[in-house]
Design a protein around this ligand. Structure first.
Ligand code: BGC
Length: 273
């Protein structure tokens, strides 16, 4: 997936309602390499992040707001070696976002998520389907992903999130790596951003039908979601790009057990995208 090299858009033009307006960042001034002497983004850290500051709340999930209390300043992430500003804060590897501070993200620097992508072919109507959840926060359909817990292995996060959000138990360490890197997410700021690891498992129709789906607490609903071009484009955050990359991989590899007509179904969908 080429997104890591693509200029970020949501991180400049979208934001959660509680954020202040982003300072304008034209395409030509996104890169930290380009001088932007007038750049003065508002500083924002959400009250929920401050309430979870681990330096004064022992159960808190967020880094200390006072960066000097941070045990280790991240030097690199999946996006590569990081650069830092004069205050020692790691800078967004995709460039300026128009907001300083951490916004709604708990960690200074990279905030890691994991996205388990499970697909199957519906033999009734020859469509490609994905196990998806409808998010409680914004009603959008999404990959059942979530944040990597402290000290957790990423394949553990993938398996845990899948179970918590959909009730499905699958060992995601067997999954095929689709993407690992920066995510163009509306919550991103100059000093805190999302990165994800997406892994994919394709199930045969019988295995898929046998699974019992149970929506977890963060989800309004869970279902086998038909991957039509329109549905794919309306997925949450950058999940559209992750799903497209999955279909390309699936079309290229053609999984064992996939019939010729199932392969053609994937190819047709790819053409329509
Ligand atoms: C979501 C992931 C998503 C990531 C980046 C996380 O909150 O759970 O599914 O990929 O944010 O947008």
């Amino acid at each position: 997936m080429a997104e890591q090299n693509v200029i970020h858009v949501k991180a400049r033009f979208e934001k959660p309602a509680e954020y202040p307006g982003r300072f304008p960042v034209p395409d030509s001034l996104v890169s930290w390499e380009s001088g932007y002497p007038d750049y003065s983004p508002p500083y924002y850290v959400s009250p929920v992040v401050l309430r979870n500051d681990s330096s004064n709340n022992p159960g808190g999930w967020a880094d200390p707001e006072d960066i000097s209390l941070l045990k280790e300043i991240p030097q690199q992430s999946f996006a590569g070696m990081l650069r830092h500003d004069a205050k020692g804060r790691a800078l967004n590897p995709a460039g300026r976002t128009g907001i300083a501070g951490r916004g709604l993200l708990g960690k200074w620097g990279p905030n890691y998520a994991a996205d388990p992508i499970i697909t199957c072919i519906n033999r009734r109507d020859q469509s490609v389907e994905m196990l998806a959840v409808q998010r409680r926060d914004n009603g959008q359909w999404a990959i059942p992903g979530g944040m990597v817990d402290k000290g957790e292995e990423i394949s553990g996060t993938l398996t845990r999130e899948l179970m918590e959000e959909t009730g499905v138990a699958l060992d995601m360490s067997r999954g095929c790596l689709i993407y690992q890197g920066y995510v163009d997410d509306p919550r991103n700021t100059d000093h805190a951003w999302m990165e994800t690891t997406a892994k994919h498992l394709h199930l045969d129709p019988e295995t898929a039908r046998r699974l019992d789906l149970v929506a977890g607490s963060d989800a309004r609903a869970v279902r086998w979601f038909p991957l039509t071009p329109e549905n794919i484009c309306n997925l949450y955050a950058s999940h559209c790009a992750l799903v497209k990359a999955t279909l390309i991989e699936l079309g290229r590899a053609g999984r064992a057990g996939m019939t010729q007509s199932e392969r053609e179904t994937v190819e047709r969908l790819l053409h329509a995208l």
